[in-house]
Design a protein around this ligand. Sequence first.
Ligand code: 6PG
Length: 240
Amino acid sequence: MRKPKVTTLKTPPMVQIESTVELAEALAVQIAGILGQAIQSTGVASLVVSGGSTPKPLFEALRGQPLEWDKVTVTLADERWVPEDSPDSNAAFVKNTLLQERAATAQFVSLYEAGKAPHEGVADVDRRIKAVATPFSVVVLGMGGDGHTASLFPGAPGTQAALEESEAMVCIVEPQSVPQTRITLTLAALMNTECQLLHITGTEKRALVDEVLADPAASPYPIAQFLRADNPRISVYSTH
Ligand code: 6PG
């Protein structure tokens, strides 16, 4: 009789803390530790963060962490193509909640070009992002209920190009499900990091992650690219 094919489902390291504040604090300590090690070994560190509502307690916990923030470059996994005075601006969100207190001395690299349309400004942003030392030290990802991460929205115009792009580090995506044009780091850019941390809250997002983990290679969701068994960088921080 043929031996059964045994596949061990490799799940990424999971940190599960039910309190959103305590989860954020644990994640902040983890990020600060990685940034501190990067500074110790290379003299600099780079942190890529996501927008949305989940990161607020993380940013509030991270900004007080004792490290040489003046040696840290902070940028975004994605941005809505809006000026910083827009309530939808991720840059404004990061500047107002993360780049305060001790973190106020960090360098910030924007993904938006004022006064330019997305397809006019994307090359300037790409040049700016390519000036940030890679591999990034840490990439913090969120996830939407549709399985998007950064602005890699499933089925949106621009997403497939961003998943396949190997030269440019940023792409324009036009999701139908959100009001603004987005600019996103490409899959390759988001993979070019020492560490990826997926930060999610709630039972629905955890259920979606578990569904993807059952067979990431077969999943249609962009988040699945990061949850593949052959991606050693990813860890999941979840309330459930
Ligand atoms: C953005 C984020 C986006 C976010 C998810 C989850 O610009 O909105 O980068 O990818 O991480 O949409 O958003 P919530 O944290 O609000 O659920």
